[in-house]
Design a protein around this ligand. Sequence first.
Ligand SMILES: [Zn+2]
Length: 112
Amino acid sequence: MFDQSYSCSTCRATDLNREDDLDDRVWTCNTCGEPVLIDLADDKGNAYTVVRTLAKELRVGQYIVEDYTLSHGVMRVLASNKAMGKGNKWYLALEGVGHRKVDPDDYVNCIP
Ligand SMILES: [Zn+2]
């Protein structure tokens, strides 16, 4: 899966330039500071529009998109909370996929 284009709905701007128009460390628009919309595509012809959201900011019921789960492009979040136990990990449960612990500050492709 790869980024096709970036846009900002707040600025009504399309075809943002990754180097000049957005901050690709936090995936926000340089003009207004709001999250940019990212058009994703994969080599099977699927296309998605997402925002990059921190794992710790995901909410139950949202949908995320991932590459490496072959049969599940889009997955519903069933649980999103601080993981039990030692360390600073975040617990995600995903419908049809199972659960995993991730870094709370990892960015996830989230359907807005
Ligand atoms: Zn903007």
